[in-house]
Design a protein around this ligand. Sequence first.
Ligand code: JFZ
Length: 462
Amino acid sequence: MSPQRSLCLVAAVSVFIAFLAVAPVAIAGQAPSGPSETPRQAAKMKWFREARFGLFIHWGLYAIPAGEWKGALIPGIGEWIMNRAKIPVKEYEQLASRFNPVKFNAEEWVQLAVDAGMKYIVITSKHHDGFAMYGSKVSPYNIVDATPFKRDPLKELAAACARKNIRFGFYYSQAQDWHEPNGAGNTWDFLADETKKDFDKYLREKAEPQVRELLTNYGPVCLIWFDTPRLMTPERGQRFIDLVSSLQPNCLIDGRLGAAGDYRSMGDNRIPPTVEAGDWEVPATINRTWGFKKDDTDWKPPSDLVFKLVDIVSKGGNYLLNVGPTAEGLIPQASQDNLRAVGRWLRVNGEAIYGAGPTPFGPELGAYSDTEKDKNGKPVFKAKEEWRCTTRPGRLYIHFFKWPGESFELRGVQGRVGKAYLLADSSRKGLPVKSSEGAVSVTLPASATGEYASVLCIEIQK
Ligand code: JFZ
């Protein structure tokens, strides 16, 4: 390290330590797993806590029917078509001979993630349909051996990610495998009483050896995203944990293995109403399906994607946002356009997202209603969407989704308030600030400066 850089580091560390002493509230989010966390676990989670935003890719044979089977539109998410239409294995398998995504270009896909400001990619290596999207020696039912395409797109993506400095991970459906007699989930070709299946035979002969291949042949894998742990027991889950930690000890495990992972996976598209401690991630769709469906054009606009990203980070989590490429190998244009718009916002405002911690406040998120109850009798959460707060040591970032007018007031601020400026203002010109006893008031321009969300940085000093 150059002397200049080490000086910078010393300065940064001392600012951080000084800040710890005066502003415990504002840095509350910086140690997500609390004091009991081992240094080893903290080191393992470091990239994940920095990243905040990742690209999920659901791609498989289901992209060919794209939601339609024998002339009928099949309701539900695209990658479930085999199950929803109860397609026999023998028929579904034939899709493989037609899978030839010649327009697939690993560089372009990874460049999209880069442009969107995403820091990791998680792709379906095998979804519930049982088809491996990589060259597997364990089962011939895979993209290299069973399709005219013959290429291994996951190899190409792993290489492109390494070149472009993006972390690479796999979704792997460890329990449901509708292609295998002993896998979970296929009750239309195989035993309807799943307790009679030899699930351990399937685990030993397919799922475990395939996970071994994925962790052996593709370089460093940042995480494995297991899912829907039907028939999984803690003991079966432990076998996967042992496998992962023996092959790639730095590889994270998501929250859907059926045994404790490294972080929590929230329900699909489920953003928690308030701040959540620990490490977690929201898997989310950019329209309403994961796997490509030709009739789903319900694209979330960039404004909504930016709001969700900020909302999630302000509560302490990561956003894993999905695209569903076509059978030709193309990511739908609307997904690309909306993701790139988020990326443009991040290029201005990224310091308020990457490595940022949650809000030290809370009332801005909304509140539980005193009067309204849901169908389970629980109070309904009434979300507010005017602004959100994310934090870094020594800084509060206020993201405005609705411009507050010429002045903004904030209460409960701990520490001494210093400079305040808008991230969109590259000159970082200080705005007039008044503060006393934790109440801060900032004078703002009459109208918003940025697209989607304008971010105000308030520096907090000793
Ligand atoms: C699962 C899959 O079945 C689906 O196809 C997709 O891959 C998605 C990311 O994950 O679906 C789920 C799993 C868990 C919940 C909801 C949908 N959940 O916990 O709310």
